[in-house]
Design a protein around this ligand. Structure first.
Ligand SMILES: Cc1cc2nc3c(=O)[nH]c(=O)nc-3n(C[C@H](O)[C@H](O)[C@H](O)COP(=O)(O)OP(=O)(O)OC[C@H]3O[C@@H](n4cnc5c(N)ncnc54)[C@H](O)[C@@H]3O)c2cc1C
Length: 351
């Protein structure tokens, strides 16, 4: 059982900034995300796009914003359960909540912050009859630990950046990499397409287009797949892994069954006060909440996270008075023992 002060469901920009604001109040956070990496939409959908409306940053790449948020929160030592979807929530007699993931990992805290954005990103799966029989037995929809493919035969399917980038990366790690795509053209960045072509010419990637994976064979785990190339008879290719990378689509998913009030496909919150839901102790912040006038913008998620943390403090420390201090005055005491000092001039001016 992982115990913490605030369980944050969703490690998008809102969830990541919550770690920092909670840390200032000496509250510890643990984040759960269905994706294998933090950053939410910023890292999954547009890491290389510049964002122009983050206060104080005239321009910042979405991927760099994620990196900065992780850096800013690091001093408060957040825990992460990545690649797992929060599935159930149970209220305990002492008022705390237990959140369990689809892989059975349990987390307990007095406060839950749902920062689930557009929802849990679920993989788009190819139409192969026996696909589900081989899930986690050689069929993977996202790559969490590239090292597990070392010296293995790998077949990747897809035509976007993920399929291209992982084929390039694994060509240095795996015994063999076969990339299968149903068209001759790829949707990814031109430099990635060119790199795949180069690796194909060097014999490091076996590129098969236009083609689809149409069957899987194996005794309890993937041992071979059938590839059907347009206009040709199906061919059997021996492999240890089949990785379809057809993109991810967000779904509100299991959270919709938690007894929370839902409006416009989002979780209704009390925006006049603290972004609490209809269940006391459960908050919803960022793109995943709804209130009149809601804007699905990163800076709005940051604001909501800040207000929400103050309310969480009161739940976790009943009766304790909280005095808001500027970080320029108080400095920051990290949970990792680091201290960021307040500049003396500011301290004197305030005193
Ligand atoms: C192409 C594009 C460009 C954009 N440009 C801008 C811009 O210029 N400026 C701006 O302000 N905004 C922009 N946005 C919107 C911005 O990305 C969102 O407002 C922001 O990502 C919301 O952050 P969030 O943390 O609330 O949610 P998200 O980023 O959606 O993160 C939510 C996370 O929760 C996880 N999750 C959901 N349910 C579960 C569950 N049950 N279990 C585990 N994990 C779960 C998801 O996997 C996801 O990682 C853009 C969006 C897109 C798609």
């Amino acid at each position: 059982m992982i115990k913490t002060d605030i369980i944050i469901i969703g490690a998008g920009p809102t969830g990541l900034f919550t770690v920092f604001e909670a840390g200032l109040l000496k509250l510890k956070c643990h984040l759960i995300d269905a994706l294998p990496q933090p950053g939410g939409q910023c890292s999954e959908l547009y890491p290389k796009k510049p964002i122009y409306d983050i206060p104080g940053f005239p321009e910042i790449l979405a991927g760099d914003l994620t990196k900065n948020l992780l850096e800013q929160g690091k001093q408060f030592e957040p825990g992460f359960t990545l690649g797992e979807r929060a599935e159930t929530i149970e209220k305990q007699e002492d008022g705390s909540f237990i959140v369990t993931t689809n892989k059975g990992t349990k987390h307990q805290a007095p406060v839950v912050a749902i920062a689930s954005g557009l929802g849990s990103f679920e993989p788009r799966k190819p139409q192969i009859e026996n696909l589900l029989d081989y899930e986690d037995k050689g069929v993977e929809y996202m790559i969490k630990e590239p090292e597990m493919y070392r010296n293995k035969n790998v077949v990747i399917a897809g035509g976007g950046d993920s399929a291209l980038d992982w084929s390039i990366y694994l060509s240095d790690v795996a015994k063999s990499v076969t990339l299968v795509h149903r068209r001759n053209e790829f949707r990814g960045h031109l430099d990635s397409v060119e790199k795949v072509q180069e690796l194909k010419n060097e014999g490091k990637i076996n590129l098969i287009t236009p083609a689809e994976v149409t069957n899987i064979f194996g005794n309890g785990k993937v041992e071979a797949i059938e590839i059907t190339k347009s206009g040709e008879a199906p061919a059997i290719v021996e492999t240890d892994h089949f990785i379809p990378l057809f993109g991810l689509s967000p779904k509100l998913g299991p959270i919709a069954n938690w007894g929370l009030e839902i409006e416009k496909n989002a979780i209704k919150v009390n925006n006049a006060l603290d972004y609490q839901t209809n269940i006391p102790g459960i908050f919803a912040i960022g793109d995943g909440n709804y209130y009149p006038g809601k804007l699905k913008l990163i800076l709005c998620g940051f604001h909501e996270a800040t207000i929400m943390c103050q309310a969480a403090y009161k739940i976790i420390n009943p009766g304790k008075k909280f005095v808001l201090k500027y970080t320029t005055v108080s400095g920051i005491d990290g949970f990792d023992g680091t201290r960021k000092e307040a500049p003396k001039a500011v301290v004197q001016a305030i005193n």
